[in-house]
Design a protein around this ligand. Structure first.
Ligand code: FAD
Length: 334
């Protein structure tokens, strides 16, 4: 018997949180858990209710055990099968759907990464749900906030779908860390369908520098660097002196000065490091969309009216071919 308003409300709140259950989709590479993907747990915990994790690949038992140490997570569902190793969406999406159906989840959360952008909309389509992309905050279990028009407007969206398929912006949900949690690890359902796509090869840019998406410092070069040789000659020593990751504007990437994986912006990576240094970058709106949430923005540009100075906390007006080597030496001797 529920008598009076207060116990009734308490009962409803309890019933609601019991019904909420979220599956956080984790990423791995060569059996190593991608730390960045643990942001899905952070978002899942904000929703409340039960939190499970999902991981699949050729040999994911160690990564599943690692994820099981995240506090507040009840269960990690893992599927060991080489067919899912590279996260090919045609094979991975049906697998995920089977596991979502089995677990009866109300929410599924993945990163707004190359993998997430590839897999999650297919999962949403297979479940007849509307995908909710690139969210930066959670208002409640059905209302989410996401930037639109390259971050120039913020939309608040409400979903009435039974299963909400969500991708999160990495910079808005700090990655959770494995600590003293003790989730159970359980084998998931594997439909073992005949793979309809096959991994042929990959050509990865290798670097010992910090990962651009998660680095605490980033130095980015723009079109003004003029050539790949000058980009490497000026930007790499500066990055190494600062212990920073290297980024680039789209103009620098399109001109062949830097690898495509280094592009920052609307159609590249979104970063929010402690320090973002823009060198010879004008500050076009599409570039700002990828870095304007950085804690400190520094810019070197020879044009004092360049738009980048409108968002910069620290600006240096001058010729980068002179200023960058000078700055690199100063940082090294500091
Ligand atoms: P420029 O705009 O040419 O700027 C070069 C700057 O260097 C200038 O400000 C100049 O004053 C300065 N400079 C020149 N010589 C020197 C020197 N010797 N020393 C110091 N400073 C010097 N761009 C992105 O970056 N990321 C994206 O994800 C992205 N997505 C896009 C998506 C769409 C749909 C569209 C239409 C565009 C997109 N762009 C993106 C492109 C964007 O609009 C700009 O064209 C691009 O960012 C410009 O790159 P930049 O600043 O390096 O070059």
């Amino acid at each position: 018997n529920v008598i009076g308003a207060a116990p009734g409300l308490a009962f409803r709140a309890f019933a609601r949180s019991r019904l909420l259950s979220t599956l956080a989709v984790l990423e791995q590479r060569d059996g190593k858990l991608s730390a960045g993907s643990l942001g899905a747990f952070t978002a899942a915990k904000k929703l409340g209710g039960t939190v499970h994790g999902f991981i699949a690949g050729g040999n994911v038992s160690a990564a599943a055990q690692e994820a099981a140490k995240v506090e507040g997570v009840e269960k990690i569902i893992s599927v060991d099968n080489e067919a899912y190793e590279k996260g090919l969406p045609e094979n991975y999406a049906p697998l995920l759907v089977e596991n979502i159906k089995k677990g009866g989840y109300t929410h599924v959360i993945g990163g707004h990464t190359a993998f997430g952008k590839n897999v999650m909309p297919r999962v949403a389509a297979l479940l007849d749900s509307q995908q909710i992309s690139d969210i930066t905050s959670i208002e409640n279990e059905s209302t989410f906030v996401r930037p639109i028009y390259a971050g120039n407007a913020i939309a608040t969206v409400e979903s009435s779908d039974a299963i909400k398929i969500i991708t999160i912006r990495g910079t808005a949900f700090a990655a959770d860390t494995p600590a003293s949690g003790s989730a159970t690890v359980e084998a998931g359902v594997d439909p073992k369908a005949e793979p309809i796509s096959e991994w042929v090869s990959e050509d990865l840019a290798k670097s010992d520098r910090p990962d651009l998406a998660t680095a605490s410092r980033v130095v980015s070069g723009g079109r003004a660097l003029k050539s790949k040789e000058d980009f490497d000659k000026l930007m790499l020593p500066l990055a190494d002196a600062l212990g920073a990751a290297v980024g680039a504007s789209r103009a620098a990437v399109d001109s062949g000065y830097a690898d495509n994986s280094l592009q920052v912006g609307q159609t590249g990576k979104v970063v929010a490091p402690e320090l973002y240094m823009a060198v010879g970058i004008s500050g076009a709106i599409q570039h700002l969309a990828g870095m304007k949430d950085s804690k400190v923005i520094a810019a070197i540009n020879k044009d004092a009216d360049a738009p980048i100075f409108q968002v910069a906390d620290v600006g240096l007006v001058g010729d980068l071919f002179e200023k960058v080597p000078e700055l690199t030496e100063k940082v090294k001797s500091a």
